[in-house]
Design a protein around this ligand. Structure first.
Ligand code: GLU
Length: 445
């Protein structure tokens, strides 16, 4: 780490005790922006790094709700409004029992740089709750979302803070959240949430965008090296929204996804996973992945096998943070994997990244590779602001161009700062410089 960043880093650790995921995300960025520190003394003078590491505002609130049996539950809600130099705070909401303040801060911090890389006018934020949606009825989900929004609405606005989905929050939840926002504020303010269903102001391709974008990034990274996804065996961890639409686009681009997973285990289907069946299981029936083998006898479901042991040339970790560790990375190296692109946020541990780097694997960090989701959200905001809606084809082309631009910017920045091929350095420096320039221009705020 650049010597001037070390005390800043230490102060972040001391002031945010126990927030290990936030520490990890900050460390990764500070470690790689050293070359920008040397080139831009004006950033240090304005204390840009110190300011970026401190959220503009953090909101923590009680979310009481009643289940179908009349029992009362109390959850905790969060919204961390990290940085609004480039536009309104923008980032998803995660509903998962493991969510702590440090989780939301890690995600919000990553979001600042990711959103900057899209080149679109969006700041960074994130929110969520430790609510566990698993096994809850529609009515319970609705009551929870209504209670959550009853506090959160006062902090939101299309020019202030614009949440979207993340793990545990999709079209259904955003519908209930938007319904309650509209009811409380008496405003049909479409641009206050993104990832909405098409029935009420949503945009084409938003649902597909994170997964499609991750596949587009992989395509471009291989293309600049004279290679492609054509004929490649691909492993996609997870089976949520990101994973499903990654599978769809990888198949359309000629690759074959041979394994997917959920927190119970791994499906290995050497002939290529059946996407329609996966969508039916996960999106329609909302069931666990293990039922896949009821229909597809050739596939195996395993609870003790790591997905990274399935041989592949391309791996796209698309489930959750820290799911690909050094052992997993070594297994990928053994099977000849050439490219790893993070569909999820921070799915690779620092040791895992090190192993991949030393093994010469091309590694695309989430803030670049999975930026397609939030980029499509910014396009949704644009359509909402102009009361327009674009076709699927036009929207997908825009997304594809944005992903190519993000790739090329990271690639060129890495070269410019003497780290050729290092997408982590390229993404962090390019994202950081865009936010830093805006912060300088806005004065000490
Ligand atoms: N949760 C997504 C992400 O990690 C999307 C955020 C958004 O669309 O605002 O980038």
């Amino acid at each position: 780490m650049h010597p001037t960043l070390e005390p800043i880093h230490q102060r972040v650790l001391d002031r945010n005790p126990g927030e290990t995921e936030f520490h990890q995300a900050v460390h990764e960025v500070l470690e790689s922006i050293g070359p920008a520190v040397d080139k831009h003394p004006e950033y240090a003078e304005a204390r840009i790094v110190e300011r970026i590491c401190e959220p503009e505002r953090q909101i923590i609130f009680r979310v009481p709700w009643e289940d179908d049996d009349g029992d009362i539950h109390i959850n905790r809600g969060f919204r961390v409004e990290f940085n609004s130099a480039l536009g309104p705070f923008k980032g998803g909401l995660r509903f998962h029992p493991t969510v702590l303040l440090g989780t939301v801060k890690f995600l919000g911090f990553e979001q600042i740089f990711k959103n900057a890389l899209t080149g679109l006018p969006i700041g960074g934020g994130k929110g969520g709750s430790d609510f566990d949606p698993r096994g809850r009825s529609d009515r319970e989900i609705m009551r929870f979302c209504q209670s959550f929004m009853t506090e959160l609405y006062r902090h939101l606005g299309e020019y202030t803070d614009v949440p979207a989905g993340d793990m545990g929050v999709g079209g259904r939840e955003l519908g209930y959240l938007f319904g309650q926002y509209k009811r409380i504020t008496n405003r049909y303010e479409s641009g206050v949430l993104t990832g909405k269903a098409l029935a009420f102001g949503g945009a084409q391709v938003r649902r597909e965008a994170t997964g499609y974008g991750s596949a587009f990034f992989a395509r471009r990274a291989l293309e600049v090296r004279g290679d492609s996804l054509e004929g490649k065996d691909v492993v996609v961890s997870g089976s949520g929204n990101v994973a499903l639409y990654t599978v769809e686009k990888v198949h359309q681009l000629g690759g074959r996804v041979v394994a997917v997973s959920d927190s119970d285990g791994v499906v290995h289907d050497p002939q290529g996973v059946d996407l329609e069946l996966l969508k039916d299981i996960k999106e329609v029936r909302r069931e666990r992945l293990r039922v896949y083998t009821d229909k597809i006898g050739r596939a195996e479901f395993s609870t003790d096998r790591s997905i990274w042991d399935v041989p592949c040339q391309v791996a796209l970790p698309s489930a959750t943070q820290n799911e690909l560790d050094a052992d997993g990375a070594r297994a990928l190296l053994r099977s000849g994997c050439r490219f790893v692109g993070e569909g999820a946020n921070m799915p690779t541990t620092p040791d895992g990244v090190e192993v991949l780097r030393e093994g010469g694997v091309i590694f695309a960090p989430g803030k670049a590779a999975n930026a397609g989701g939030v980029a499509a959200s910014a396009l949704e905001m644009q359509q909402n602001a102009s009361r327009d809606s674009w076709s699927f084809e036009y929207s997908e082309n825009r997304l594809s161009e944005i992903m190519t631009d993000i790739h090329d910017r990271c690639h060129a920045t890495a070269e410019e700062y003497g780290r050729p091929g290092d997408y982590v350095a390229g993404a962090n420096i390019a994202g950081y410089a865009r936010v830093a320039d805006a912060m300088l221009a806005l004065g000490l705020v």
